[in-house]
Design a protein around this ligand. Structure first.
Ligand code: RIB
Ligand code: CA
Length: 309
């Protein structure tokens, strides 16, 4: 069976960086492109960070393109600095030796879809995918699988009602969920089951590689943020869950659902209403339910250990 061709749409982002490095080190998939979107930090930074990550991974053949700088919905400032000012924990970086692809990110995605079966892993706000649908009606029918990190069944993170990726552009999310692609959604209630601890950070440092050291150094300020916000240093690997689903479809239990997105609401912007009633059991939209964190951590450690300087 051919390895799935995978496009990662991302707003790096510290957990995005770990997810992308996991994907690039995994032989089960073929990462054929990375597109940046504004989210954790503005587009100029997410695009630079995507180039930085591909550069330290040594994967110079993977095209990186910049997508949308502004959401479809009215932009709302979010002042908590979760991923550092540069989006990757404010480390020192050499200039990446991966240039930006000249195409707009949406055009790169469209080209990749037209070239053959494609799985899209969306781990930032969904603006690029909504614009893709606007520019190429019915293109959703040509996508093999769309895996999204976003939403929350019960409790949000950027507000009590909403998870960040959906909150940042709820209109884009509404359009994406209204289309006809096969979607698997990894919401916060799933991703909070997947986290790394200080032993993992020490392990990455002990690898003695640039990737290992950088991942540990990026995760340190993220662990401090988690301690302030959640009361412990366990760093939640939200975005890696979307990659993990493509690596091993047996790793995360799932069920059919119907998802609706709140686009208005003074306090409920970006809320996701995930309807798990049996009527939707055969839906082509599924939600992740449970994951074994120890199994995930072992896979992540093994894959990041394959990087060499
Ligand atoms: O809510 C978690 C999501 O928001 C992740 O994609 C993280 O990178 C942040 O963008
Ligand atoms: Ca992200």
């Amino acid at each position: 069976m051919a390895r799935p061709r995978v496009l990662i749409d991302t707003d790096p982002g510290i957990d995005d960086a770990v997810a992308i490095l996991l994907a690039l080190a995994s032989p089960e998939i073929d990462v054929v492109g990375i597109t940046a979107v504004a989210g954790n930090v503005p587009l100029d930074k997410t695009a630079l960070n995507a180039r930085r990550i591909v550069s330290i991974a040594g994967r110079h053949n993977v095209p990186v393109a910049a997508g949308c700088a502004e959401p479809l919905s009215e932009a709302v400032a979010e002042d908590s600095v979760v991923h550092g000012h540069d989006g990757l924990g404010d480390l020192t970086w050499d200039e990446p030796d991966v240039a930006l692809d000249p195409r707009h990110g949406v055009e790169l995605i469209a080209d990749l879809i037209h070239e053959g079966p494609l799985t899209i892993v969306a781990i930032g706000p969904l603006t690029n995918l909504a614009v893709l649908l606007q520019r190429y009606p019915d293109i959703d029918k040509g996508v093999e699988h769309l895996v999204i990190m976003g939403g929350a069944s019960f409790q949000g993170n950027v507000t009590p009602a909403a998870e960040f990726n959906i909150w940042a552009d709820p209109e884009a999310a509404r359009q994406v969920f209204a289309a006809e692609w096969r979607i698997t959604l990894m919401p916060l209630d799933l991703t909070h089951q997947a986290f790394l601890n200080d032993a993992d950070l020490d392990y990455f440092t002990s690898l003695g590689t640039d990737v290992g050291r950088r991942v540990a150094r990026m995760l340190e300020p993220y662990a401090q943020f988690h301690e302030r916000w959640y009361g412990n240093r366990d760093v939640i690997m939200h975005d890696a869950m979307a990659v993990y689903e493509v690596l091993d479809a047996t790793a995360i239990s799932k069920q059919g659902v119907r998802v609706t997105v709140e686009t208005g609401g003074e306090y409920s912007r970006g809320a996701t209403f995930i309807d798990r009633r049996r009527d939707h059991a055969q839906s082509q939209v599924r939600v992740g339910l449970t994951v074994d964190n120890d199994r995930f951590r072992a896979v992540l450690r093994e894959r990041l250990a394959t990087y060499r300087d």
